[in-house]
Design a protein around this ligand. Structure first.
Ligand code: COA
Length: 180
């Protein structure tokens, strides 16, 4: 397990999936805003679940996020689009509704930076998020990500095109938290 100050990132367990489906995938608005994909209903237990992990997939590392104190599941974290030639990847995360606003998101980004830069030897990490997702923007900026641009009207969300902000962090600019 990878440890931050408040959360740990571990492998996806089979019994995480129904919780993630019930808490994250059924919320049409948040799922539409967070994924960039059209929401569609997924049958519980289906292999098509976005939370089912293919451990053989290259270019992708999917984690479940747990509280360090007690081990309760609080969300998902992903390093995706891992490009070993250009040594870059993208970060994605989603917390269960009751676990938002406690500093976990900021800590998840810190742990994914450690995984990307230290474990995987990457040079650049990138985050794309909707321009009004203040919690995500702040979680990224608290870890040193800088806004590199606005992708105007790039995301179709619930009937309208919204802007996304692109943030980047280079390995040389990353300041790991003391416990990493
Ligand atoms: C985005 C998300 C991962 C952030 O995680 P979080 O644990 O809620 O965020 P944190 O508690 O670490 O807060 C980070 C910062 O944002 C601020 N913040 C938190 N919620 C906020 C809100 N609703 N509005 C404005 N600011 C907010 C916090 O005050 C904190 O700022 P600070 O460091 O200056 O005190 C989480 O809210 C989430 O899962 N949202 C739904 C899915 C999603 O949007 N995923 C990202 C898709 S790109």
């Amino acid at each position: 397990m990878l440890r931050g100050t408040k959360v740990g990132l571990r492998a996806r367990h089979e019994d995480d999936i129904p919780i993630l489906e019930a808490e994250l995938a059924t919320d049409v608005v948040t799922a539409s805003r967070a994924t960039g994909d059209p929401w569609r209903p997924i049958t519980p237990g289906s292999k098509g679940s976005q939370f089912a992990v293919d451990d053989t997939a290259q270019g992708l590392a999917q984690f479940s996020v747990v509280e360090l104190a007690g081990g309760t599941l609080v969300g998902t974290a992903t390093l995706w689009g891992i490009d070993t030639h250009n040594r870059c990847a993208h970060i994605g995360l989603g917390l269960l509704p009751a676990s938002r606003g406690n500093g976990y998101g900021t800590d998840v980004v810190a742990v994914l930076c450690h995984y990307g830069f230290v474990v995987r030897g990457l040079h650049r990490l990138q985050i794309e998020t909707l321009a009004d997702n203040h919690a995500m923007l702040r979680s990224a900026e608290r870890n040193g990500f800088v806004r590199e641009g606005v992708l105007r009207s790039s995301s179709w969300v619930m009937g309208e095109f919204l802007d996304e902000v692109l943030l980047g962090l280079l390995a040389q600019d990353w300041k790991p938290a003391p416990n990493h």
